[in-house]
Ligand binder design. Structure first.
Ligand code: FE2
Length: 197
């Protein structure tokens, strides 16, 4: 079957220049170790080795940020206080459950591309852009604000790597990252709405 050459997407509208809207680069950090052994056949799924490495690196960053956001959301589920306790406690549970489920899907896609998935606090803290959970639990609406920023950050990072997957012909990863952006954009909207009076 003839190989379909995909036209690269035109560059996305750049994020706002403010520090809040910028995706920091994580240069010089190799985040995706290749796996495999002599006994196993070489991966031959139609995606070049270099492309698989670049995609696995992007997925590793999305995984690290998703996990950090998962832990933040679960922490807030435990520690939220105030008159909105019931609704936020329940809402955070829905959100951390979804985030937790997505970490498995992201990690297993990295494995399918022939790389090891990062899965330790040390690795995640090196490559995550989302900040670690605050040491002292913030007020309820500050928690909501932190989660809005977290979801927006993961969405920007996932979106940044969609063209990398598309240009390599890796539609499953492009679809996965697109689905992640949909969830993060929607969740950010729901949380942001709580702050609009
Ligand atoms: Fe609980």
């Amino acid at each position: 079957m003839a190989k379909v050459i995909k036209k690269p997407k035109s560059p996305a509208t750049p994020a706002p220049a403010s520090s809040a809207g910028k995706v920091p680069k994580k240069g010089g950090v190799k985040v995706a170790e290749e796996s495999g052994s002599r006994n196993a056949p070489i991966i031959n799924i139609g995606i070049d080795r270099q492309d698989r490495a670049a995609i696995a690196e992007g997925l590793s960053r999305v995984l690290a940020d998703t996990y950090t956001l998962y832990l933040t959301t679960h922490n807030f589920h435990w520690n939220v206080t105030g008159p909105h306790f019931n609704s936020l406690h329940a809402m955070f549970m829905t959100q951390y459950t979804e985030l937790w489920g997505s970490t498995d899907v992201l990690a297993e896609r990295i494995r399918a591309l022939g790389h090891y998935a990062p899965g330790s606090y040390a690795e995640f803290s090196k490559i995550a852009t989302v900040p670690d959970v605050p040491q002292t639990p913030p007020k309820a609406m500050e928690m909501v604000r932190i989660l809005v920023k977290g979801h927006e950050t993961v969405s920007r990072i996932a979106r940044e790597f969609i063209p990398v997957a598309e240009e390599a012909g890796d539609d499953p990863t492009a679809d996965m990252l697109t689905a992640r952006c949909t969830v993060h954009d929607q969740t950010a909207w729901m949380l942001r709405s709580l702050l609009e009076e």
